[in-house]
Structures are given as structure tokens and as C-alpha cells.
Write a new protein. Structure first.
Length: 785
């Protein structure tokens, strides 16, 4: 029986048990040789290809594997190596120096080297981070003598697998890069901008060479990723795509077919451009934007491959195979089975490896999930069933899978684990004034200052204090059952007390308990809320070898019991100074979890908001008068398309307001954010109406201050006085200068002094010294004002 072709856009490279992480980190630690690493990585690739083949995948990607990051790989492939790494000989040492910096002995001369890593940025709206290539106005590109992707293609072939090379397209590669000065140590901070796309003519000949090598090695379909086709266009972008693909077409080997690949957004507004490009296929993300299928069907030429990205690469739910099949069949009816592919929406990099390792997951919930490996099976079923017009004529086994899938979805829809009428009713009763403080900021802030006896230039911290090895070990022992609950509790109390005493001694004004009881700022709350579940092995790549294990929100969220009140009360009992209650905000809980696909994100955010509102109320009732609701992720949740921003900001800020507005005038709400690039969303930040906002500021002062200036932010704020991301202790002088600079933009009555983020990754000695300097700065400015 005819089947459609199934295609995987990318596969999680880290491995079922994070084998790749272990290999690479072992190599960094000197425990493995380079040969061990390369050999281990090759074996892992082979395993992943074979897995895909065994599950019936036709178009198996190569080039999606990386020892650090695939964008870095692309820069490396074309030898776009910034000057500061050029003294290190080409090879793994140089590659890793670009990805993570190199401090220590030079690999050949033995001299001391100290080069920082290249910048890292979020990969579109995912939680994966890529290395930002740096290009200069006089940048040259030279294809590597021994391109890894060609070698990988041959490896796959040796296993009898005709794989599909995956390349980052030339336009998107340049758009992901940053334009820097002509090199040298200062390159990264140089801002001489030039038009990056002007480098296309130098880059394209290298792509041509690469395509020729791939053809020679036996490739036929080449996946060429141009995610920027789905983003907002600016002047010159359309022209760049035309230039690039016209150029590549000229000498394109006859055996190659280029499949232009887009994901994370819709391309319906540039289909006129796309359909005229001399390529052979288009992949679209029908999970993110199902509606674009109509326009794509009208536009995509009949002899192209249309790759339907229907299996979600970004989330962990089972696909609704029957509904998806309807879509696939309509497409097949219109354009035939030969040139219709079924595919993952984007790379499966953003999904955990397999459900197979989730022995302890609640079976009811487990039945609703599909991780990367299970998604391969889903693709296969769609490929088989999509080719026939109806289900009746299919293999009994396929019919059974489709039926089981239907039942699983029906069960999920009506499960009492998912639907909690109490939560839904409560949300329906939310009124606008529940998202509004009773009194304007100008009237409530003086009351708060008086109630808490706050001096001018009040000092505080963002919440966490060092999570030392002892803290992490105690937690681990407790989890393993090697430490009793009482002993663990005692330990945490001692840590908390020590932290409170130190803050008193340093002379901080608003204290925190230190967050020693928390493993992670989302996980801690997720474990205490209903509607959340945790996996044992659900790791996904975050950056380099680092992985995260996001919790899963599967049902209506609510809070059965107070989550933080005991710790805050205990900490408050130790000191007469104000103790700040610490919560994670609704948008951040949402952003850093796998979310439900059966209801709008805004609804889940508001459910989370109600749960946090309950916690805020309980803290207030218990006498805690300063409550911080962290929202570090609010900015990173911004949609990729500008035209979608308002909608998002509307519900995201509404959710924050719902979580924070129930309190009395004298209760002070703080929030904390990790980005200072607020320019375009400042009105939304103002609308959050937090009494005090503390901000990560130390790395891009100017932008932040300009925004404050331009919008005249009128609540209180604490733009971080120093950068906590390095162990360096800032001097009093330095912080004095920074504060003086802030005072040019912000009224002195409204400034708070604090570090720019939580201190959990720091060591105690530097924390103590830095905070002592911070309070010295406060004292100095209180004298001056
Ligand atoms: N309260 C949290 C902490 O101090 C805020 C972190 S924001 C990433 O760790």
C-alpha cells in the first residue's frame, strides 16, 4: 500500500539518558579523550538514526546533531571564527572556546588564555539558547575542509540510511548573527552596525560548495531552514531571499531538492515570495499556525513537496491523530500522495526523549503524552493512513492505533484530573476590580514606607542566597530517603537563620529567607499545586550540554494548601525587620512548563494567578507585608510577530494583576524581572503596577535608563546595582557611580538598592562582601540626600 513520506525536522541529540552531556562534560573535565568523545558522539548519532529508521521514518535528518549548538556549528562550518579565538588552532578546542569560553592554558603554547564565550540568545520563542555568530563588515567565509555534515551523511549511509541533510539557510544564518567591529578583544562590545545581509554574496559561494559536496555524498533532499520567513519582514529581507535562492539554484546539482523549511510561525503573508523561489519544497508549521494550510495549498506549486508540520515538536501531548488525518487527507486529495510529506512541526529538540523511562508517572496522565520517540510512531501512522482516503480499508493494526488515540483523547477531555469545575467557576467570576489595587501608587507608597519604617534608598535582595553543595546534598539525601523529613527541616531552618542573621548584620532593610527549601523557582510551586506533574527523565536541551526538566501542566490549576507561609513566618519570627515573601508569578510558571494544548495559555495563566493570589492573601493574613512575585519570564513570552504582542501583554499583565492586587494599601508588592530590554513593553510594565520592580540591569544600563526616562516610569524601582553573574565583588565606589548614574533618570525617593538577580549561584564570601558594599553605598547616599 502506498504511504506518504514521513519527515523529522530534527531529533533530540542529547540522548535517552543524556549520554551526550556526560560525554562532553567528561571531556571538559579531562576524564575522556577527544577520541572517546568523538567516538561516543558518533555511536549516539547512529543510534538515533537507527531508532528513526526502525520506527519507519523516511526522511531522517543529519546535521541536527551538535557537540554544543547547531548555529555555532554553522559559523564554524564557514569559518566565521571571531578574531579573539583565532590564536587557538582549529578543532574542538577552538569550537568549545567559542561556545563556552576558555580560561587556562592555551592548548598548544601552554600560555595563559582567557577568552569569554560568544553571546548566547534564545532560539526564537523556545527555551533553547543558540550561540550568536559574529560577523564583521569585512567578514570572509570559507567552507571547512572537512564539513561535519558531509561526514555525518556518509556515516548514515554506511548504516544503509539515506539521510536528509539539515542546513541553516544563509539568510536566517546572517539574521541570527550580530554585526560587530573589525575584531579584536573589543569586538563583542563594539556596536558599529552594518547591514548583515550585505554579506550574502560572500557567503553564498560557500553554500554552493557545500551543496555540491552533499550531492556527491549521495544526498537528495536537503532541508534548508529559514525560520525568518515566518517572522516580521523588514526592508531588504525579501530581496535577500530572492538573491540567495536564485544564486543557489544556478549550480545546484540536478540530484538535489531543496526543501525550504519554516517553523514557529506562519508564512501565509510571504507565500507570493516563497512560491517564486527556485526551490523544490516547503515545510510549514501547522501546529503553531494550522490556518496557513489554505493559503499554502493555493500557493505551493504542484511539483513541489509540501511538508506538513503536524506533529508538535514543542510540546509533549499525544497528537489528535484522527483530526490531523482529516487535514492530511484533504491535502493529499488535492495534490496527491507523492509530494505530500507528514512531518514534525519543528525539530524534536524541544521534547524529552521517550516515555519509556517514566515508570513512576501516573498511568492515566502518561496515556495522554508522546515524547520524541513516541512522536515518531505518530508520524508513521499518519504516513500510512494519510495516503488512503478513508480509514476502513486500512490495516487492522493501524485502525486499532487510531481508535486507541481517539479513546485517549476522549478520556483526557472528560477526566476529572483535567477538569475542575470549581476552578473554572472561580475564574468565570473574576471581575475587573480584582485586577486593580484599591489605591493609586502615590497614595499607597508613603503608607508602606511608614508602616515598614523604610529609610531612603532601601536595600534588599532578590530572594535566593547561595545554594551550596551542602544545601543540594541535603536535598538529595532527603529525596533518596537518607535524611528524615525532620532532619532536613532542621537543616533548612539553620540555613535560613544563618541567612537572616547575616542580612541583619550587614544592615539590609528588607530581608528574605533565602529560598534554601527550593530546588527551582517553578518546580517548587508546581509540586505544591494541583494540575502539575513531574517527569523522571523529561530532559530537554537548554544550551550547550545543559538540560532542563520542565514540569507539565495537565489540568485546571489550584492550590490545595499554603505553599510558602510557614517558611516566611519562620524567617519573620527571627527578626523585627520586614521579611519579604517570595513567590513565582503566573506568567513565569506558565512559560517554564509544558503547557496544556486543550485550552488557551491565557486561561492557564489566570488559573495560576488565582492560586498565587490565594498565597498572597495567606501571607498577608500571616502578617507578611512585603511580597515579591517574580516574573523573570514575562518578556521572553512575547510572541514572535509584533502584531501579536498586544494580545499577549494584555492577558499576561492581567494575570500578574490578578495574582497581586488583592492586598491592602500598606502591603508592598515587589516584582523581579531578568531582562532590562524593556523599551518596547514599558507601558505594560507600568500597567503591572507593582510597588517596586527590581530589574536585571547591570549588563545593559543605558537601554533601561533610556526607557525609564522616555516613559517616566512612576512606581519605585531597583535596577540592579551590580551583576551577580560573576563572582567579582563590586567596590563601593563602583556602586556609588552606578547609583549616581541612575539618579539622573530616576527620582531619589523611588530608588531601591539591590543586586540584579538572585544569589543562588554565588558563594557566601563574595555575597557577603558585595552586600556590605551595597549597604555602604546606601549609607553614603542617605548622607547626601
Ligand atoms: N527569587 C528568585 C531568586 O532570587 C528570582 C530569580 S529570577 C530568575 O532566585
Amino acid at each position: 500500500m502506498a504511504t506518504l513520506q514521513s519527515s523529522v525536522i530534527g531529533f533530540p541529540r542529547v540522548g535517552a539518558q543524556r549520554e551526550l552531556k556526560k560525554l562532553i562534560e567528561g571531556f571538559w573535565a579531562g576524564k575522556q579523550t577527544e577520541a572517546d568523545l568523538l567516538h561516543g558522539a558518533q555511536a549516539l548519532r547512529a543510534k538515533h538514526w537507527q531508532l528513526q529508521r526502525d520506527r519507519g521514518i523516511d526522511q531522517i535528518p543529519v546535521g541536527d546533531f551538535s557537540l554544543y549548538d547547531t548555529v555555532l556549528d554553522t559559523a564554524f562550518l564557514f569559518n566565521a571564527v571571531p578574531q579573539r579565538y583565532q590564536t587557538i588552532p582549529r578543532g574542538l578546542a577552538q569550537y568549545f572556546a567559542m561556545g563556552r569560553g576558555l580560561q587556562g592554558a592555551h592548548p598548544t603554547t601552554g600560555n595563559k588564555v582567557d577568552v569569554p564565550a560568544m553571546e548566547m540568545k534564545k532560539w526564537f520563542d523556545t527555551n533553547y539558547h543558540f550561540i550568536v555568530p559574529e560577523v564583521t563588515a569585512d567578514q570572509t567565509f570559507t567552507l571547512s575542509d572537512d564539513p561535519a555534515i558531509v561526514a555525518h551523511l556518509r556515516e548514515a549511509q554506511a548504516l544503509g540510511i539515506t539521510a536528509k541533510p539539515v542546513l541553516l539557510g544563509p539568510v536566517s544564518f546572517l539574521l541570527l548573527s550580530k554585526a560587530t567591529g573589525t575584531g579584536g578583544a573589543a569586538a563583542a562590545s563594539s556596536t558599529d552596525e552594518f547591514e548583515r545581509l550585505s554579506l550574502l554574496p560572500r557567503l553564498l559561494p560557500e553554500y554552493v560548495k557545500l551543496l555540491a559536496l552533499l550531492a556527491e555524498a549521495g544526498a537528495t533532499n536537503v532541508q534548508i531552514d529559514e525560520p525568518f520567513l515566518g517572522m516580521d519582514f523588514f526592508v531588504g529581507m525579501a530581496e535577500a531571499y530572492r538573491t540567495a535562492y536564485d544564486y543557489l539554484a544556478v549550480d545546484l546539482p540536478a540530484s538535489l531538492r531543496l526543501i525550504l523549511t519554516t517553523y514557529f510561525e506562519r508564512v501565509n503573508n510571504c507565500l507570493d515570495l516563497i512560491k517564486r523561489l527556485p526551490v523544490h519544497g516547503l515545510h510549514i508549521d501547522l501546529v503553531r499556525s494550522p490556518d496557513q494550510i489554505k493559503a499554502a495549498l493555493d500557493a505551493v506549486p504542484a511539483d513541489w513537496i509540501l511538508s506538513l508540520g503536524v506533529i508538535n515538536g514543542r510540546n509533549i501531548w499525544k497528537a489528535d491523530l484522527n483530526a490531523t488525518l482529516d487535514v492530511v487527507r484533504k491535502v493529499v486529495a488535492q495534490r496527491g500522495p507523492e509530494r505530500t510529506w507528514v512531518a514534525t512541526s519543528c525539530s524534536l529538540l524541544h521534547c524529552p526523549f521517550s516515555l519509556e523511562f517514566e515508570a513512576t508517572l501516573d498511568p492515566e496522565i502518561k496515556d495522554w503524552l508522546a515524547f520524541a520517540t513516541e512522536k515518531l510512531d505518530e508520524l508513521r501512522v499518519l504516513a500510512v493512513a494519510g495516503a488512503s482516503a478513508d480509514t476502513a480499508g486500512l490495516d487492522a493494526q493501524v485502525i486499532a492505533v487510531l481508535e486507541a488515540n481517539r479513546q485517549s483523547h476522549a478520556a483526557r477531555r472528560s477526566s476529572s484530573r483535567v477538569v475542575n469545575p470549581l476552578v473554572q467557576d472561580r475564574l468565570a467570576l473574576v471581575t475587573p476590580d480584582m485586577r486593580r489595587r484599591a489605591t493609586p501608587f502615590n497614595d499607597r507608597y508613603p503608607q508602606q514606607r511608614a508602616a515598614q519604617r523604610l529609610p531612603l534608598f532601601p536595600t534588599t535582595t532578590i530572594g535566593s542566597f547561595p545554594q551550596t553543595k551542602e544545601v543540594r546534598q541535603a536535598r538529595l539525601k532527603f529525596k533518596r530517603g537518607d535524611l528524615t523529613a525532620d532532619a532536613y527541616d532542621d537543616f533548612l531552618r539553620r540555613e535560613t537563620e544563618r541567612c537572616v542573621r547575616l542580612q541583619e548584620d550587614i544592615g539590609l532593610d528588607v530581608l528574605v529567607h533565602g529560598e534554601f527549601e527550593r530546588n527551582d523557582m517553578v518546580e517548587y510551586f508546581g509540586e505544591k499545586l494541583r494540575g502539575y506533574v513531574f517527569t523522571a527523565n523529561g530532559w530537554v536541551s537548554s544550551y550547550g550540554t545543559r538540560c532542563v526538566k520542565p514540569p507539565i501542566i495537565y489540568g485546571d490549576v489550584d492550590r490545595p494548601n499554603p505553599m510558602t507561609v510557614d517558611w516566611s513566618l519562620y524567617a519573620q519570627s527571627l527578626t523585627p525587620k520586614p521579611m519579604k515573601g517570595m513567590l513565582t508569578g503566573p506568567v513565569t510558571c506558565l512559560q517554564w512548563s509544558f503547557v496544556r494544548d486543550d485550552q488557551d495559555r491565557s486561561v492557564t495563566a489566570n488559573q495560576l494567578a488565582l492560586a498565587i493570589r490565594d498565597e498572597v492573601n495567606d501571607l498577608e493574613k500571616a502578617g507578611i507585608r512585603t511580597i515579591q512575585i517574580d516574573e523573570p519570564a514575562i518578556r521572553e513570552g512575547l510572541p514572535l510577530r509584533h502584531s501579536d504582542w498586544n494580545d499577549y501583554l494584555e492577558w499576561a499583565v492581567d494575570a500578574f494583576l490578578l495574582s497581586s492586587c488583592s492586598v491592602q494599601d500598606i502591603t508592598q508588592i515587589h516584582t523581579h524581572m531578568c531582562y532590562s530590554d524593556f523599551n518596547d513593553i514599558f507601558p505594560a510594565i507600568q500597567r503591572m503596577d507593582a510597588d517596586v520592580i527590581t530589574i536585571e540591569n547591570s549588563r545593559s544600563d543605558l537601554k533601561l535608563l533610556r526607557a525609564f526616562d522616555r516613559y517616566g516610569y512612576h512606581n519605585a524601582s531597583g535596577p540592579g546595582l551590580y551583576d551577580i553573574h560573576s563572582p567579582r565583588v563590586p567596590s563601593v565606589q563602583e556602586m556609588n557611580e552606578r547609583l549616581a548614574a541612575l539618579l539622573e533618570y530616576l527620582p531619589y525617593q523611588l530608588i531601591w538598592l539591590n543586586p540584579d538577580c538572585g544569589l543562588k549561584t554565588r558563594g557566601w564570601p563574595e555575597v557577603e562582601s558585595s552586600l556590605r558594599n551595597l549597604t555602604a553605598t546606601a549609607a553614603e547616599f542617605r548622607r547626601r540626600y
